[in-house]
Design a protein around this ligand. Structure first.
Ligand SMILES: *[C@@H]1O[C@H](CO)[C@@H](O)[C@H](O)[C@H]1NC(C)=O
Length: 380
């Protein structure tokens, strides 16, 4: 058939299969040969190179194909203004009436070496917490011996001393074991320590990592209102390296429990569908010294992400902090291509220090490295 016949047939009949049937054979062949050559000489070697060098990236980029997101949370709107009385705040959340005496609050954390974060946390929560419970081990989750850093710095925390229950636990030091096993073991010990600290039914227990700091007014709201949910996750703003880089709003692991003997267990995983919006700050890798970054990268549960030893170079780490880039050269861990692409590349600086923990701003000189414009870390 000729081209003229083809356009005539197209006018008569618009099927795609017609177009294929009428394409001259030499065009099919030419197209195929070029494509085959490009695939063999360019695409395949490039693919092999990229997967070899950035295997994790390839798997994370394809994550939407092999993994599905967790069930979405039921988001609870959060109302707050310092001028509003507690009765109004409780009512806005549908939680009233306000209690005559607030619930007692227990704040329970596993400690590694985050002395500054612990200071900011405890100063923020101090007016609302009845009992501070802290457990530390002489082992990291990856079975590396570590000093008892809290014991060495305990004098700095005199302001909570009368309300402190401090416990230590010996590491199991099983080399080669999955770090999550040691982590679970330490969290179980923390569960016992809360009971030793005297927790009773109807007390509130905050379960979160040291760097997941609920805002004071959030805890105050939860301790004053009757009828709050028995278990509630806290949505925290996610920061990276300092409060200068707001990464996203998706931190959810922190939770608050109305304690029930025999039911409530310490944990750092999904407990319920309820998530109270905008309830504080989660600052990941917010360390004063580069050596703290190296320790954390080697010591905690995702050591598999340190794929190349140059990841631990001090100049590289300093450069990444200032750019808000990724320490492990990884893609965002998201479940849709839109989210992965949206979060690719460095986190831009927010230039904002509005609505941060009060103690941090009151002591801005001491904590300069956590505030905008101060990404260069001090030498030790
Ligand atoms: C860790 O602590 C336990 C219990 O106190 C102790 O028996 C053990 O020797 C310690 N190990 C190291 C490496 O410090």
């Amino acid at each position: 058939m000729t081209d003229g016949d083809y356009s005539a047939s197209k006018k008569r009949d618009d099927h795609v299969s017609d177009q294929q049937r009428h394409t001259p054979p030499h065009l099919i062949l030419g197209f195929d040969l070029r494509t085959v050559a490009v695939i063999c000489l360019v695409v395949v070697p490039a693919f092999v190179y990229v997967v070899g060098r950035h295997g994790d990236k390839a798997t994370f980029f394809l994550r939407p194909l092999w993994d599905s997101p967790q069930k979405p949370f039921n988001r609870i709107p959060h109302y707050y203004h310092p001028a509003l009385p507690m009765a109004t705040l409780c009512r806005l959340h549908g939680w009233g009436p306000t209690r005559d005496i607030p619930r007692r609050v227990f704040d329970a954390v596993l400690f590694s070496n985050e002395v500054d974060m612990l200071t900011i946390r405890w100063r923020e929560l101090q007016p609302y917490v009845s009992r501070f419970v802290l457990l530390e081990s002489n082992s990291t989750f990856t079975a590396i011996p570590k000093p008892l850093n809290f014991a060495a710095n305990r004098a700095k925390f005199g302001f909570v001393e009368p309300r402190l229950t401090y416990g230590t636990i010996g590491g199991r030091f099983r080399a080669g074991e999955n770090p999550f096993v040691e982590e679970a073991y330490q969290r179980l010990a923390l569960d016992q320590l809360i009971r030793i600290a005297g927790v009773e039914d109807d007390d509130l227990v905050i379960m979160s990592d040291v760097d997941e700091i609920p805002s004071g007014h959030t805890v105050d709201l939860l301790r004053w209102c009757n009828g709050t949910p028995p278990v509630l996750h806290l949505q925290l703003r996610n920061y990276l390296y300092s409060y200068e880089f707001l990464y996203d709003y998706d931190s959810w692991r922190a939770s608050v429990h109305v304690y029930r003997r025999g039911e409530t267990k310490y944990g750092h995983f999904r407990r319920t569908d309820l998530l109270l919006t905008d309830s504080g700050w989660h600052c990941s890798f917010c360390f004063r010294h580069i050596s703290d970054f190296v320790f954390k990268m080697k010591a905690y549960s995702h050591t598999d992400r340190v794929r190349f030893s140059h990841f631990l170079d001090r100049e590289r780490i300093q450069d990444i902090i200032c750019r808000g880039a990724n320490l492990y050269d990884m893609l965002p861990e998201e479940y849709t291509f839109r989210e992965i692409i949206g979060k690719m590349g460095p986190t831009p600086s927010s230039y904002s220090a509005v609505h941060l923990p009060a103690y941090l701003l009151e002591n801005a000189d001491e904590f300069r490295y956590l505030l905008p414009g101060n990404c260069i870390r001090e030498s030790e």
